[in-house]
Write a protein that binds this ligand. Structure first.
Ligand code: SF4
Length: 188
């Protein structure tokens, strides 16, 4: 991290939001795996928006936790909303940090992937590439989030271990910079 910690008045909760862009929710599951810290967390943190409470609106939060890569224009829009409304932005997991699994399609090109998935693959019954205007447009390349917005903290791993979330939340609560041990910084 290279930024100021969250300053707050006594009794004031730290407001957190999270989102899953092109991700599998595995990072969210790991975030929920923080065991007894949950008790501390509910005293000090307020979860404002995200898949855990299904709230979509996002306004003035302290910390935004972003899982997943950028696969489509909708992902970019959500990410930009997060950056505009969060003091600190945390990229969690391989997908957000370097594209991870979704970025494997970059090796083949978008057209080839669509063709394989919707036209040529074994078992396809109605070969047609979806073109509904309601569907978000796919990006030509899957992108990591720091290619589009500034990121304040990175929690690597697939998913990052619960201990890394524990350290992040404890540091936020204690008003200090997080310090991640070697075993929390995993790339598997
Ligand atoms: Fe899922 Fe791993 Fe991506 Fe997290 S980093 S969203 S666990 S694939």
């Amino acid at each position: 991290g290279n930024c100021d910690v969250i300053q707050r008045e006594p009794g004031q909760k730290i407001r957190i939001a999270s989102c899953s862009l092109a991700g599998c929710f595995g990072c969210h599951m790991s975030m929920l795996d923080i065991d007894e810290l949950v008790v501390e967390v509910v005293h000090h943190l307020e979860y404002c928006r995200g898949p855990l409470n299904d709230v979509r609106e996002l306004r003035d939060v302290d910390v935004g936790v972003v899982e997943g890569a950028l696969c489509n224009e909708d992902n970019v829009k959500v990410l930009e909303q997060f950056r505009a409304n969060c003091d600190l932005l945390v990229a969690v997991g391989a997908c957000a940090i370097n594209g991870g699994l979704p970025a494997m399609r970059n090796h083949f090109g978008l057209t080839a992937c669509l063709k394989e998935a919707y036209l040529d693959a074994e078992g396809v019954v109605n070969p047609e590439i979806p073109r509904d205007a309601e569907l978000p447009r796919l990006l030509n390349r899957v992108r990591p989030i720091q290619e589009v917005v500034k990121v304040d903290y990175f929690l690597p791993g697939c998913p990052p271990p619960a201990a890394a979330f524990t350290e992040l939340f404890t540091a936020l609560i204690e008003g200090r910079e997080p310090a991640f041990d070697e075993d929390m910084v995993r790339f598997d």
